[in-house]
Design a protein around this ligand. Structure first.
Ligand code: SAH
Length: 247
């Protein structure tokens, strides 16, 4: 009789322990440490793939390893943040594919302390990758709503060396020129003259050029010390178009 009473109390107690010992997947998803670990591992895998392709610059790879890409995508797409493809960020725009971000960063070849103009802030991810390389980033976005959210996100993540402006990048950023580097992350039909004018002698620019629906080419523009321009095609790419007129 007494044994039966004891076991009746014992079984629920054991079950309670078992429930505590094996966390429910939902609880795991809400555990910030476990979530951080999962994103960090996904990020490591992403960088390993980028490295296996052909990006070898160690500073670029370290920057890609440092920026929490999942913070730059809509909350419902976080689980896909580290896969090697672009993702929608609203307003018909996208955050670029990680490999392309790394490739463009490597080709831009920045040194600490440089002043870099970016056209096409979008989520702010490319700006953050550049900011990890200790440069000053000035970035222009044509959608006011995207400029506002990227500015808030970059502040929250303490990227204090990035300044976001709402504007049309075709005109560059006159009163901040000249720039050591210029990076354009939307496809232009032509290289905007204001951008080459605002590039300092000896500077370089990376820009996708081509039609919206046809072939686009990633172009490296080199400006020599005399101000002469030389261009070099690097890679066929597909970017969203560079728009005209503020939104
Ligand atoms: N670098 C971004 C990629 C954004 S996609 C990132 O890392 O998330 C290209 C961005 O360029 C879009 O946000 C689009 O709104 C913006 N854009 C298009 N035309 C522009 C223009 N003329 N001036 C500034 N931004 C422009």
């Amino acid at each position: 009789m007494s044994i039966r009473i004891r076991s009746r109390h014992l079984i629920p107690a054991l079950l309670a322990c078992a429930v505590q010992a094996i966390p429910h997947p939902a609880a795991l998803a809400q555990d910030p440490d476990a979530t951080d670990r999962r994103f960090r591992e996904a990020r490591e895998q992403m960088v390993a793939l980028i490295e296996a392709r052909d990006v070898t610059d160690s500073a670029t790879l370290a920057a890609m390893r440092a920026v929490p890409r999942h913070e730059f995508v809509p909350a419902d797409l976080r689980d896909r943040a580290y896969a090697d493809h672009p993702l929608p960020i609203g307003y018909g725009q996208t955050i670029s594919q990680p490999y392309i971000v790394a490739f463009m960063t490597e080709v831009l070849d920045v040194d600490p302390g440089m002043k870099v103009l970016e056209v096409g802030t979008g989520s702010g991810y490319q700006s953050a990758v550049l900011a990890e390389l200790d440069v000053d980033v000035l970035t222009i976005e044509i959608f006011e709503a995207l400029a506002t959210s990227a500015r808030a996100r970059l502040r929250r993540l303490a990227y204090d060396n990035v300044t976001v402006r709402h504007g049309d990048g075709h005109h560059g950023w006159e009163n901040e020129a000249p720039f050591d580097r210029v990076i354009v992350t939307a496809a232009a039909g032509y290289i905007p003259p204001a951008l080459t004018e605002q590039l300092r002698p000896g500077g370089r620019m990376v820009i996708p050029v081509g039609s919206v629906y046809g072939v686009q080419n990633l172009i490296l523009v080199l400006k020599d010390e005399e101000g002469a321009l030389r261009t070099q095609g690097l890679l066929p790419v597909r970017f969203v178009p560079m728009l005209e007129g503020l939104r």
